[in-house]
Ligand binder design. Structure first.
Ligand code: F6P
Length: 368
Protein backbone atom coordinates (compact mmCIF):
# COMPACT_ATOMS: atom_id res chain seq x y z
CA UNK A 1 0.00 0.00 0.00
CA UNK A 2 1.01 3.63 -0.29
CA UNK A 3 0.43 5.29 3.08
CA UNK A 4 0.44 9.03 3.81
CA UNK A 5 1.45 10.37 7.24
CA UNK A 6 0.88 13.81 8.78
CA UNK A 7 1.33 15.47 12.18
CA UNK A 8 -1.15 18.24 13.06
CA UNK A 9 -1.85 20.69 15.91
CA UNK A 10 0.60 21.61 18.67
CA UNK A 11 3.77 19.51 18.52
CA UNK A 12 4.65 17.15 21.35
CA UNK A 13 7.48 14.80 22.29
CA UNK A 14 7.04 11.38 20.67
CA UNK A 15 5.72 12.45 17.24
CA UNK A 16 8.90 11.27 15.54
CA UNK A 17 8.75 7.97 17.42
CA UNK A 18 5.26 7.32 15.95
CA UNK A 19 6.38 8.20 12.41
CA UNK A 20 9.41 5.89 12.78
CA UNK A 21 7.32 2.97 14.05
CA UNK A 22 4.69 3.31 11.29
CA UNK A 23 7.36 3.45 8.56
CA UNK A 24 9.54 0.65 9.95
CA UNK A 25 6.73 -1.84 10.46
CA UNK A 26 5.12 -0.76 7.16
CA UNK A 27 8.33 -1.33 5.18
CA UNK A 28 9.66 -4.43 6.99
CA UNK A 29 6.42 -6.25 7.53
CA UNK A 30 3.95 -5.07 4.86
CA UNK A 31 6.28 -3.78 2.07
CA UNK A 32 4.46 -0.43 2.14
CA UNK A 33 5.57 2.83 0.58
CA UNK A 34 5.17 6.15 2.38
CA UNK A 35 4.72 9.82 1.70
CA UNK A 36 4.91 12.51 4.39
CA UNK A 37 2.54 15.50 4.20
CA UNK A 38 4.22 18.59 5.62
CA UNK A 39 2.76 20.98 8.22
CA UNK A 40 -0.35 19.01 9.11
CA UNK A 41 -3.47 19.42 7.00
CA UNK A 42 -1.82 22.36 5.19
CA UNK A 43 0.45 19.87 3.43
CA UNK A 44 -2.48 17.76 2.26
CA UNK A 45 -4.49 20.78 1.17
CA UNK A 46 -1.55 22.43 -0.63
CA UNK A 47 0.23 19.25 -1.72
CA UNK A 48 3.43 19.85 0.24
CA UNK A 49 5.06 16.44 0.56
CA UNK A 50 8.29 14.71 1.46
CA UNK A 51 9.34 11.14 0.68
CA UNK A 52 9.47 8.93 3.77
CA UNK A 53 11.59 5.81 3.89
CA UNK A 54 13.80 3.90 6.28
CA UNK A 55 16.66 6.38 5.94
CA UNK A 56 14.45 9.42 6.62
CA UNK A 57 13.30 7.90 9.94
CA UNK A 58 16.81 6.84 11.02
CA UNK A 59 17.90 8.39 14.34
CA UNK A 60 14.65 10.27 15.02
CA UNK A 61 13.37 8.19 17.99
CA UNK A 62 14.75 10.49 20.74
CA UNK A 63 14.11 13.74 18.86
CA UNK A 64 11.38 16.16 19.97
CA UNK A 65 9.26 18.13 17.47
CA UNK A 66 8.30 16.45 14.21
CA UNK A 67 10.32 15.87 11.03
CA UNK A 68 7.06 16.54 9.11
CA UNK A 69 6.51 19.86 10.92
CA UNK A 70 3.01 20.87 11.95
CA UNK A 71 0.36 23.61 11.81
CA UNK A 72 -3.12 24.36 13.09
CA UNK A 73 -4.58 24.48 9.55
CA UNK A 74 -8.27 23.57 9.31
CA UNK A 75 -9.16 22.69 5.67
CA UNK A 76 -12.83 22.98 6.67
CA UNK A 77 -12.22 26.75 6.99
CA UNK A 78 -10.61 27.14 3.54
CA UNK A 79 -12.44 27.37 0.21
CA UNK A 80 -12.73 23.80 -1.13
CA UNK A 81 -10.15 22.83 1.49
CA UNK A 82 -11.53 19.33 2.10
CA UNK A 83 -12.01 18.50 -1.61
CA UNK A 84 -8.50 19.79 -2.34
CA UNK A 85 -7.23 17.39 0.33
CA UNK A 86 -9.06 14.48 -1.34
CA UNK A 87 -7.65 15.41 -4.78
CA UNK A 88 -4.10 15.64 -3.45
CA UNK A 89 -4.38 12.28 -1.74
CA UNK A 90 -5.47 10.82 -5.10
CA UNK A 91 -2.67 12.66 -6.97
CA UNK A 92 -0.15 11.09 -4.61
CA UNK A 93 -1.79 7.65 -5.08
CA UNK A 94 -2.33 7.40 -1.34
CA UNK A 95 -4.34 4.30 -0.34
CA UNK A 96 -4.55 5.20 3.36
CA UNK A 97 -3.65 8.11 5.62
CA UNK A 98 -2.30 8.07 9.19
CA UNK A 99 -3.21 11.36 10.92
CA UNK A 100 -1.31 11.97 14.17
CA UNK A 101 -2.94 14.70 16.22
CA UNK A 102 -5.26 15.92 18.95
CA UNK A 103 -8.99 16.65 18.83
CA UNK A 104 -8.68 19.28 16.05
CA UNK A 105 -6.60 17.10 13.71
CA UNK A 106 -8.80 14.08 14.44
CA UNK A 107 -11.97 16.11 13.76
CA UNK A 108 -10.71 16.88 10.22
CA UNK A 109 -9.75 13.19 9.80
CA UNK A 110 -13.33 12.26 10.69
CA UNK A 111 -14.80 14.70 8.15
CA UNK A 112 -12.51 13.32 5.42
CA UNK A 113 -13.40 9.77 6.41
CA UNK A 114 -17.08 10.64 6.04
CA UNK A 115 -16.16 11.84 2.50
CA UNK A 116 -14.59 8.45 1.69
CA UNK A 117 -10.93 8.85 2.75
CA UNK A 118 -9.33 5.78 4.36
CA UNK A 119 -7.87 7.33 7.48
CA UNK A 120 -6.54 6.07 10.82
CA UNK A 121 -5.82 8.40 13.77
CA UNK A 122 -3.12 8.42 16.47
CA UNK A 123 -3.82 10.36 19.70
CA UNK A 124 -1.32 13.12 20.41
CA UNK A 125 -1.43 15.97 22.91
CA UNK A 126 0.49 16.92 26.02
CA UNK A 127 -2.91 17.92 27.48
CA UNK A 128 -3.98 14.22 27.67
CA UNK A 129 -7.59 15.26 27.04
CA UNK A 130 -8.63 13.05 24.10
CA UNK A 131 -11.51 10.70 24.82
CA UNK A 132 -11.39 7.01 24.05
CA UNK A 133 -7.81 6.55 25.26
CA UNK A 134 -6.32 6.37 28.76
CA UNK A 135 -3.20 8.34 27.81
CA UNK A 136 -1.95 10.35 24.86
CA UNK A 137 1.79 10.33 24.16
CA UNK A 138 3.66 13.54 25.06
CA UNK A 139 1.78 13.90 28.34
CA UNK A 140 4.30 11.95 30.40
CA UNK A 141 7.22 14.06 29.14
CA UNK A 142 5.32 17.29 29.85
CA UNK A 143 4.52 16.10 33.39
CA UNK A 144 8.18 15.23 33.98
CA UNK A 145 9.28 18.69 32.82
CA UNK A 146 6.64 20.39 35.00
CA UNK A 147 7.49 18.23 38.03
CA UNK A 148 11.19 19.00 37.86
CA UNK A 149 10.34 22.72 37.48
CA UNK A 150 8.15 22.53 40.61
CA UNK A 151 10.99 20.79 42.50
CA UNK A 152 13.34 23.63 41.56
CA UNK A 153 10.78 26.31 42.42
CA UNK A 154 10.35 24.63 45.83
CA UNK A 155 13.92 25.29 46.92
CA UNK A 156 13.92 28.94 45.91
CA UNK A 157 10.44 29.49 47.48
CA UNK A 158 11.74 27.97 50.70
CA UNK A 159 14.89 30.09 50.67
CA UNK A 160 12.94 33.36 50.27
CA UNK A 161 9.76 32.64 52.33
CA UNK A 162 7.72 33.15 49.15
CA UNK A 163 4.59 31.83 47.54
CA UNK A 164 5.42 30.59 44.05
CA UNK A 165 2.77 30.13 41.36
CA UNK A 166 3.68 27.73 38.54
CA UNK A 167 1.51 28.06 35.40
CA UNK A 168 1.42 24.90 33.27
CA UNK A 169 -0.36 24.09 29.99
CA UNK A 170 -3.84 22.56 29.83
CA UNK A 171 -6.47 24.35 27.83
CA UNK A 172 -9.67 22.48 28.74
CA UNK A 173 -8.40 19.82 31.16
CA UNK A 174 -6.03 20.00 34.08
CA UNK A 175 -4.16 16.69 33.67
CA UNK A 176 -0.67 18.24 33.58
CA UNK A 177 -1.44 20.48 36.58
CA UNK A 178 -2.91 17.56 38.54
CA UNK A 179 -0.13 15.05 37.85
CA UNK A 180 2.76 17.50 38.26
CA UNK A 181 1.06 19.14 41.26
CA UNK A 182 0.68 15.80 43.05
CA UNK A 183 4.17 14.63 42.01
CA UNK A 184 5.73 17.95 43.03
CA UNK A 185 3.88 18.21 46.37
CA UNK A 186 2.02 21.45 45.51
CA UNK A 187 -0.12 23.06 48.23
CA UNK A 188 -2.81 24.30 45.84
CA UNK A 189 -3.69 22.84 42.41
CA UNK A 190 -6.09 24.77 40.16
CA UNK A 191 -7.61 23.14 37.06
CA UNK A 192 -10.12 24.21 34.38
CA UNK A 193 -12.61 21.56 35.58
CA UNK A 194 -13.15 23.34 38.93
CA UNK A 195 -13.44 27.15 38.80
CA UNK A 196 -11.74 28.45 41.95
CA UNK A 197 -12.56 31.00 44.62
CA UNK A 198 -9.52 33.26 45.08
CA UNK A 199 -10.47 33.91 48.73
CA UNK A 200 -10.36 30.14 49.40
CA UNK A 201 -6.93 29.90 47.76
CA UNK A 202 -5.69 32.77 49.95
CA UNK A 203 -7.17 31.17 53.07
CA UNK A 204 -5.47 27.82 52.35
CA UNK A 205 -2.13 29.63 52.13
CA UNK A 206 -2.82 31.74 55.26
CA UNK A 207 -3.67 28.62 57.31
CA UNK A 208 -0.60 26.79 56.09
CA UNK A 209 1.61 29.71 57.06
CA UNK A 210 -0.24 30.04 60.39
CA UNK A 211 0.94 26.60 61.38
CA UNK A 212 4.54 27.43 60.80
CA UNK A 213 5.20 26.84 57.10
CA UNK A 214 6.82 29.87 55.51
CA UNK A 215 6.45 29.15 51.79
CA UNK A 216 3.77 27.67 49.50
CA UNK A 217 3.57 26.27 45.98
CA UNK A 218 0.53 26.82 43.74
CA UNK A 219 0.20 24.98 40.41
CA UNK A 220 -2.34 26.42 37.97
CA UNK A 221 -3.40 25.17 34.53
CA UNK A 222 -3.47 27.95 31.93
CA UNK A 223 -7.19 27.24 31.34
CA UNK A 224 -8.23 27.49 35.03
CA UNK A 225 -10.98 30.02 35.76
CA UNK A 226 -11.90 32.32 38.62
CA UNK A 227 -15.32 31.25 39.93
CA UNK A 228 -16.88 34.51 40.91
CA UNK A 229 -17.61 37.75 39.11
CA UNK A 230 -15.74 39.52 41.89
CA UNK A 231 -12.51 38.42 40.28
CA UNK A 232 -12.99 40.43 37.10
CA UNK A 233 -12.42 37.38 34.86
CA UNK A 234 -16.14 36.45 34.99
CA UNK A 235 -15.60 32.71 34.74
CA UNK A 236 -13.61 32.90 31.49
CA UNK A 237 -10.04 31.68 31.02
CA UNK A 238 -7.28 34.30 30.86
CA UNK A 239 -6.04 34.95 27.32
CA UNK A 240 -2.82 36.68 26.36
CA UNK A 241 -3.99 38.10 23.04
CA UNK A 242 -7.19 38.60 21.13
CA UNK A 243 -8.31 36.42 18.21
CA UNK A 244 -8.50 32.68 17.71
CA UNK A 245 -6.86 29.99 15.57
CA UNK A 246 -8.63 28.19 12.68
CA UNK A 247 -10.24 25.78 15.15
CA UNK A 248 -11.64 28.64 17.24
CA UNK A 249 -9.17 28.41 20.15
CA UNK A 250 -8.01 31.53 21.96
CA UNK A 251 -4.33 31.79 22.88
CA UNK A 252 -4.31 31.20 26.63
CA UNK A 253 -1.76 32.29 29.18
CA UNK A 254 -1.33 34.87 31.92
CA UNK A 255 -3.40 33.44 34.76
CA UNK A 256 -0.24 32.71 36.80
CA UNK A 257 0.71 36.39 37.02
CA UNK A 258 -2.82 37.53 37.86
CA UNK A 259 -3.07 34.85 40.54
CA UNK A 260 0.31 35.80 42.04
CA UNK A 261 -0.75 39.44 42.27
CA UNK A 262 -4.08 38.52 43.94
CA UNK A 263 -2.48 36.08 46.40
CA UNK A 264 0.06 38.71 47.46
CA UNK A 265 -2.71 41.33 47.85
CA UNK A 266 -4.94 39.03 49.92
CA UNK A 267 -2.32 37.33 52.10
CA UNK A 268 0.48 39.88 52.31
CA UNK A 269 2.99 37.11 51.45
CA UNK A 270 5.51 37.91 48.72
CA UNK A 271 4.42 35.93 45.64
CA UNK A 272 6.10 35.26 42.27
CA UNK A 273 4.90 33.49 39.14
CA UNK A 274 6.69 31.18 36.70
CA UNK A 275 5.12 30.37 33.32
CA UNK A 276 6.47 27.09 31.87
CA UNK A 277 4.86 27.45 28.42
CA UNK A 278 6.40 25.62 25.47
CA UNK A 279 9.28 24.20 27.51
CA UNK A 280 6.71 21.48 28.37
CA UNK A 281 6.29 20.60 24.69
CA UNK A 282 9.91 20.70 23.57
CA UNK A 283 12.83 18.33 23.84
CA UNK A 284 13.34 14.61 23.93
CA UNK A 285 10.42 12.30 24.85
CA UNK A 286 10.55 10.33 28.12
CA UNK A 287 11.15 6.57 27.90
CA UNK A 288 7.44 6.02 28.64
CA UNK A 289 6.41 8.30 25.74
CA UNK A 290 8.90 6.67 23.35
CA UNK A 291 7.42 3.26 24.11
CA UNK A 292 3.80 4.47 24.00
CA UNK A 293 4.39 6.37 20.73
CA UNK A 294 6.03 3.28 19.21
CA UNK A 295 3.09 1.11 20.30
CA UNK A 296 0.64 3.61 18.78
CA UNK A 297 2.61 3.65 15.51
CA UNK A 298 2.60 -0.14 15.27
CA UNK A 299 -1.11 -0.17 16.22
CA UNK A 300 -1.93 2.38 13.49
CA UNK A 301 -0.17 0.59 10.62
CA UNK A 302 -1.73 -2.73 11.71
CA UNK A 303 -5.15 -1.02 11.69
CA UNK A 304 -4.48 0.23 8.14
CA UNK A 305 -3.82 -3.37 7.03
CA UNK A 306 -6.85 -4.70 8.88
CA UNK A 307 -8.95 -2.05 7.11
CA UNK A 308 -10.03 -0.39 10.36
CA UNK A 309 -10.57 3.07 8.87
CA UNK A 310 -12.38 5.91 10.63
CA UNK A 311 -10.72 4.65 13.81
CA UNK A 312 -7.96 5.75 16.15
CA UNK A 313 -5.33 3.67 17.98
CA UNK A 314 -6.02 3.98 21.71
CA UNK A 315 -4.61 2.76 25.02
CA UNK A 316 -7.11 0.96 27.25
CA UNK A 317 -5.55 -0.42 30.40
CA UNK A 318 -2.32 -1.81 29.01
CA UNK A 319 -3.64 -2.79 25.57
CA UNK A 320 -3.58 -0.87 22.29
CA UNK A 321 -7.08 -1.05 20.83
CA UNK A 322 -9.02 0.66 18.08
CA UNK A 323 -11.79 3.21 18.84
CA UNK A 324 -13.91 5.25 16.44
CA UNK A 325 -12.72 8.76 15.55
CA UNK A 326 -16.17 9.99 16.58
CA UNK A 327 -15.66 8.59 20.08
CA UNK A 328 -12.20 10.19 20.31
CA UNK A 329 -13.49 13.71 19.69
CA UNK A 330 -16.94 13.20 21.26
CA UNK A 331 -16.08 15.03 24.47
CA UNK A 332 -13.03 16.55 26.02
CA UNK A 333 -11.65 14.09 28.62
CA UNK A 334 -11.71 15.74 32.02
CA UNK A 335 -9.62 15.00 35.12
CA UNK A 336 -11.62 12.35 36.95
CA UNK A 337 -12.97 12.69 40.45
CA UNK A 338 -10.77 9.81 41.73
CA UNK A 339 -7.64 11.79 40.95
CA UNK A 340 -9.12 14.98 42.41
CA UNK A 341 -9.85 12.97 45.59
CA UNK A 342 -6.20 11.89 45.73
CA UNK A 343 -5.07 15.53 45.55
CA UNK A 344 -7.64 16.60 48.15
CA UNK A 345 -6.71 13.61 50.35
CA UNK A 346 -3.18 14.87 50.92
CA UNK A 347 -4.17 18.51 51.45
CA UNK A 348 -3.93 20.22 54.81
CA UNK A 349 -7.21 19.23 56.46
CA UNK A 350 -6.47 20.21 60.06
CA UNK A 351 -9.33 21.89 61.90
CA UNK A 352 -8.71 25.43 63.14
CA UNK A 353 -8.23 24.25 66.74
CA UNK A 354 -5.72 21.64 65.58
CA UNK A 355 -3.99 24.36 63.59
CA UNK A 356 -3.57 26.55 66.68
CA UNK A 357 -1.98 23.60 68.49
CA UNK A 358 0.17 22.81 65.48
CA UNK A 359 1.26 26.45 65.21
CA UNK A 360 2.26 26.43 68.89
CA UNK A 361 4.06 23.12 68.35
CA UNK A 362 5.87 24.43 65.27
CA UNK A 363 6.96 27.59 67.06
CA UNK A 364 8.21 25.55 70.03
CA UNK A 365 10.14 23.25 67.69
CA UNK A 366 11.72 26.25 65.97
CA UNK A 367 12.72 27.86 69.31
CA UNK A 368 14.13 24.50 70.51
O1 F6P B 1 -3.00 21.67 22.65
C1 F6P B 1 -1.85 21.58 23.37
C2 F6P B 1 -1.40 22.94 23.85
O2 F6P B 1 -0.08 22.80 24.32
C3 F6P B 1 -2.31 23.58 24.91
O3 F6P B 1 -2.02 23.15 26.21
C4 F6P B 1 -1.99 25.04 24.70
O4 F6P B 1 -3.08 25.85 25.11
C5 F6P B 1 -1.79 25.15 23.24
O5 F6P B 1 -1.37 23.88 22.79
C6 F6P B 1 -0.79 26.21 22.82
O6 F6P B 1 -0.74 26.23 21.45
P1 F6P B 1 0.28 27.09 20.58
O7 F6P B 1 1.61 26.44 20.65
O8 F6P B 1 -0.28 27.06 19.20
O9 F6P B 1 0.30 28.48 21.18
Amino acid sequence: MKVGILTGGGDCPGLNAVIRAVVRKGVFHYKDEFVGFLEGWRGVQENKTQPLDLSSVGGILPRGGTILRTSRTNPGKHENGLTRCIENLKNNKVDALVAIGGDDTISVALRLHEMGVKVVGVPKTIDNDLSGTDFTFGFDTAVNVATSAIDRVHTTAEAHNRVMVVEVMGRDSGWIAMYSGIAGGADVILIPEKPFDIEEVAETIRLRHARGRYFSIVVVAEGAKFASDMDRQHGAPVVNNLGTDEFGHARLGGIGNILAREIERLTGFETRAVVLGHIQRGGSPSAFDRVLATRYGIGAIDMVHRGEFGCMAALRGNKIVSVSLAEAIGANRKVDQDLIDVAVGILDKLKDTDKTDKTKEAKETVSR
